[in-house]
Design a protein around this ligand. Structure first.
Ligand code: ZN
Length: 239
């Protein structure tokens, strides 16, 4: 397994690594700064450089066979197995996903706290995202109301903390129970937790900004019904 540096520090843009294996579907490294697609967040893209060459890396993902992190070669040829490489992520793209992801967690926290509705699904694109809630109804006015609350809370510049909780402790935490921490496979221990102070706390593998002020302001651009108890909100980052 490769060491997953972004789980501990989302602000690392580059690292040195050694090529463990070159597979048809991607390069396996002993460590990486890249986020592998998952939890609604797309994987990073970037560049590998080594003595005598470089290649572009397409969206990083986990192997379906054994879960290892794969760096697919999008342009150029892969580095030879055993070589030392420098990994660099496309930072602007990643940072936008960090802001988007933190905005989504804040949204889910506010909708739960103020309206008692849980999240039923969600997905992120670059600078925009959608989230579905088990609300009975939804309207444009509701979207505006939530948008105002969301921006007010983000503007408080609350810290976003990453921690690793022993599984037993996580399963006993009321905030984490709400977000169905019990559904995480039993082999996952400790459990990674993202805590946006006084706004939202949930088990999560994604990358986030370190304080809500970095998200900036957010617009709720669309509200729609996707069926009974499944109401969708689409948000966009301002800039
Ligand atoms: Zn998340």
């Amino acid at each position: 397994m490769s060491e997953d540096l972004c789980a501990h520090d989302a602000y690392l843009r580059t690292c040195d690594a050694v090529v463990q294996e070159v597979r048809e579907d991607g390069v396996v490294l002993d460590r990486t700064v890249c986020y592998a697609r998952g939890g609604g967040q797309p994987g990073d893209t970037g560049t590998l450089r080594w003595e005598g060459g470089s290649c572009r890396v397409g969206e990083v993902l986990r192997s379906r066979q054994d879960g290892v992190t794969l760096h697919p070669v999008a342009e150029g040829t892969p580095p030879p197995a055993g070589s030392a490489v420098t990994v660099e992520i496309d930072w602007d793209r990643r940072y936008t996903f960090m802001r988007t992801h933190t905005a989504l967690h804040a949204l889910s926290g506010i909708v739960y706290t103020d309206y008692g509705a849980r999240v039923t699904g969600g997905n992120m694109e670059l600078g925009s995202a959608r989230m579905d809630f088990e609300l009975d109804g939804i309207s444009q006015d509701f979207g505006h109301e939530v948008e105002a609350k969301l921006n007010a809370r983000l503007g408080e510049d609350r810290p976003v903390r990453v921690s690793f909780l022993p599984r037993e402790e996580a399963l006993a935490d009321p905030d984490l129970i709400r977000t169905k921490v019990s559904l995480i496979p039993p082999t996952v221990d400790p459990i990674r937790v993202i805590d946006i102070e006084d706004i939202d706390k949930q088990a999560d593998g994604g990358t986030h900004v370190r304080s809500t002020g970095e998200v900036g302001s957010v617009r709720v651009v669309k509200t729609e019904s996707k069926g009974k108890a499944n109401k969708r909100m689409r948000i966009e980052l301002d800039g």
